[in-house]
Design a protein around this ligand. Sequence first.
Ligand code: SF4
Length: 405
Amino acid sequence: MITIPIKIEEKKNNINSDNIVYIKNLPPLSIYIHIPWCVSKCPYCDFNSHSIDPNSINEIIFLESLRCDLEQSIPLIWNRSIISVFIGGGTPSILSVKAIDKILEMLRTYLKILPNAELTIEINPGTVDSSKMKGFKDSGINRFSIGIQSFDNDNLKKIGRIHDGLDALKSIASARYLLENINIDIMFSLPGQTISNFINDLKIAKSFDTKHLSIYHLTIEPNTLFSKNLPIDLPDEETSSEMEDLIESELKEIGMRRYEISAYSKDRFKSIHNLNYWTFGDYLGIGPGAHSKISFHNRIIRQKRIYNPKLWMNKAIKMNNSHVIEDICIPNEELPFEFMLNALRLKDGVSRQLFKFRTGLSIDVMKEKLNIAYKKKLLSEDNEKFIATHLGWKFLNDLQVIFIK
Ligand code: SF4
């Protein structure tokens, strides 16, 4: 079924005099490329991913559509430098080495990618072997993000992953042999998972001298298979929160620090790409369903592309921007929430000045909301930074929603 969340006729650019801001220096810019396919759909997944037989992907048409999408976006980011590229999905490693090489070549042709830019690809065990990973590295990829979720065969089966524990170990070992900068995704509070089972997953993840871990609580999202058939053996709240408490103490032992709500890293291995999101930087997203946030000196725009891969391809190659289903100027009154939603995820917070630099607005526009957050003791009354208190960090959603217009 084709789902188009917003009709093309509704596309608008709502710039008006109330919306004008003044942004002196444009923020750093990242590129996100969405690969919309997976070998099979995991029952908890609400991403824009569609199961496909990898052999049936027409890479030539997909790459040409990506090129057309990028070419139509160039006027929005003309002459700006790129600090990071993230090839995500879906399962990007479902594509051939040649396809990833062509994508990177296309980016280098059209854009000014900084020499020290972080270039990440998401890979899933079961879709890669060591020679494929080497091919990605030879194309210029300098960071792997590996979707492991668990090392336990029973856990993996219950959450519908296509790999087993051994595939997971092999993928990490190959990735670590090729690159120092790798991220491992781990999930907890899985059906039937016990504390000792989770500790075992953490211990294995730690054993690879991993520099970055992203650790997520399994959440049941609407419109997923799990939301229709809820697993009966999900850990209770108390067990989940015990697992959460364990993460920080286990990782501290090896010098890994939590720097964002779900991210842990060793010193110089924080994700440049994700930090750019959390500090309200700019990003151009190309590919089906990709989102963009792009600043100009007088406005900030948000774009969304058509979600359905086939429809997106059909529209992108027409070169009339009809693959973009939303193109709006973010209203000034929404900027405080958008900024805080991201910035407050960072454990060390962000400098207060950054709000003006990124939004072009004075801090005074959110004076009342700040006072509410201070009064509830969710936000620290720090003169230099916006930073959540211990309580605010614990109830981050409650803190973030204060800034909704
Ligand atoms: S591999 Fe990742 S993107 Fe694909 S269905 Fe599973 S969770 Fe979703």
